[in-house]
Design a protein around this ligand. Structure first.
Ligand SMILES: Nc1ncnc2c1ncn2[C@@H]1O[C@H](COP(=O)(O)OP(=O)(O)OP(=O)(O)O)[C@@H](O)[C@H]1O
Length: 264
């Protein structure tokens, strides 16, 4: 049964960019231990939602509560200290240091929140050991000493996830981690996301790959044109007429994703 106290509460969030309302009075909760899918057609407001949770974008109205604490007034780095971590679509590791040092740097940054001081931490054995654990948890420990520049996209995505995990988050926000991967790689990375979740990390997953979303998520929240149009058990949500209209009325990619799911 779903526990009653949410880890994250998003309440009445509205975000406007000039005359455009990207998020329109959206509320939803995320419960401890959940793997929640946040889905919707292109431009629905998913990334803006994640950015307003982390504080990259300031909401015009509404509030965000993590583990009972209001985050609205806090800058990004203090939200991270409170337990939020955002894994972004664009994978940008430091190219001239090894995978393990990239992760150790993120772990050090968590401690000091100063890039320079965290660089000094990189050599410390405990952070290396922890960084190796993170690489193990995303399945790329055997590449620990290699440079990012030589790695395929799937490995870079796992590296980005390991860096996010190094912040020791209560809540991990994943923005389209499967984008650009072939179906076998996407399937394997989705399994890794499930493993991370099973080890106790609560996850919000933004993803257009609806087949994988349906396979791994326990609950879905659907946005369309900045509004929340559904929240519930994945199969029920995908059968919701408003959700089907949102996808099928949108671009062909989204429509074909729904059709793929129907044939899965
Ligand atoms: N910084 C910004 N300035 C102006 N408009 C923005 C900005 N960021 C997002 N938008 C607009 O807000 C709306 C929601 O965008 P957002 O990127 O959050 O959608 P999304 O659901 O993540 O889309 P996608 O699935 O295509 O990544 C879009 O109309 C987008 O053009």
């Amino acid at each position: 049964m779903t526990p009653k106290t949410p880890l994250l509460s998003v309440s009445g969030i509205t975000v406007r960019f000039g005359g455009l309302t990207a998020i329109d009075n959206v509320s939803f909760d995320v419960y401890p231990g959940e793997l929640l899918g946040l889905i919707g057609p292109n431009g629905a407001g998913k990334t803006t939602m994640l950015r307003s949770i982390t504080g990259v974008v300031r909401a015009n109205t509404g509030n965000v509560t993590l583990a009972g604490e209001r985050l609205d007034a806090l800058p990004i780095e203090r939200r991270i200290r409170r337990g939020l971590s955002l894994s972004q679509q664009l994978v940008k590791p430091l190219r001239n240091i090894s995978l393990i040092d990239n992760v150790a740097l993120a772990a050090g940054a968590h401690k000091t929140l100063s890039p320079l001081r965290s660089l000094m931490h990189v050599s410390q054995a405990d952070e290396k050991a922890r960084a190796l654990q993170m690489l193990q948890s995303v399945g790329i420990a055997e590449r620990a000493d290699q440079l990012p520049g030589t790695q395929p996209l799937g490995v870079l995505k796992r590296l980005e996830m390991a860096r996010s995990l190094a912040l020791n988050p209560k809540l991990l926000l994943l923005d389209e981690p499967l984008a650009g991967l072939n179906s076998r790689e996407a399937n394997a990375l989705a399994d890794t996301i499930v493993d991370i979740n099973r080890r106790g990390v609560t996850i919000v997953l933004i993803e257009h790959n609806l087949g994988e979303v349906m396979r791994v998520c326990q609950r879905l929240v659907v946005l369309d044109n900045g509004r929340r149009i559904a929240d519930g058990e994945p199969r029920a949500v995908m059968n919701d007429p408003e959700v089907r209209t949102a996808y099928l009325g949108g671009d062909n990619l989204s429509a074909s994703a729904v059709k793929e799911e129907e044939h899965a």
